[in-house]
Design a protein around this ligand. Structure first.
Ligand code: HEM
Length: 170
């Protein structure tokens, strides 16, 4: 699982074992790459990661989001990264992509996004999900910027609404 990879790579295997222990998840449990981890397991693991690494929930969610977009997703979902050439267009296709990946898959409850497209330099994006993983969502947006080597300025307009300014190469 991607969170395991992030923690192990940056802090070592022992740190991940501590996270599993703190989350009450058996250390022998294997998470498959494409398996959907249950919501409570996922939240527990994020919280426990924060405890072990002494990170706030916000820091953990953002680090996870960045790692997911720059390391994990380009491997697993290369086709979505290749078919657009910039962060703006990648974010704009996310509502369609989530709708499609969720189609016909039991237990998947993907988020939806609404946009106000302000041309190539600006995008207003709204996150709609019952899970309220806003910090993760913002981490993922930051990660999209990194994936395309662009500098993004993210201004929070509301809890679940941001303005993203695309400020050129990173
Ligand atoms: C190729 C790119 C992507 C694919 C294929 C993808 C696919 C998925 C899938 C399969 C889930 C799990 C749904 C579930 O288990 O119920 C998910 C969750 C999620 N995705 Fe993506 N995703 C991608 C990129 C992004 C990006 C760039 C963002 C943010 C801008 C994002 C935001 C989220 C959030 C916040 C969740 C958590 C679930 C929720 O809030 O309801 N994803 N995504």
């Amino acid at each position: 699982m991607c969170l395991a990879e992030l923690v192990e790579k940056q802090f070592g295997h022992d740190a991940w074992q501590q996270v599993l222990e703190a989350a009450g998840v058996p250390a022998t449990r294997k998470f498959l790459m494409i398996e959907t981890t249950s919501d409570s397991d996922f939240e527990n693991l994020l919280l426990a990661t924060g405890q072990v690494l002494e990170w706030s929930e916000e820091q953990t969610s953002r680090a996870f989001g960045e790692h997911w977009c720059t390391v994990f997703a380009p491997r697993l979902y290369a086709q979505y990264f290749k078919r657009v050439t910039n962060a703006h267009d990648f974010l704009l296709q996310m509502n369609g992509v989530h709708g499609r990946v969720a189609q016909g898959v039991p237990n998947i409850n993907a988020p939806a996004f609404e946009y106000e497209d302000g041309g190539p330099g600006r995008l207003v994006m709204k996150y709609c999900s019952e899970r309220n993983l806003e910090e993760l969502w913002i981490g993922l947006i930051q990660g999209v910027g990194k994936a395309y080597n662009e500098r993004l300025v993210i201004n929070r307009l509301a809890k679940n609404k941001v303005e993203v300014l695309f400020a050129g190469p990173a």
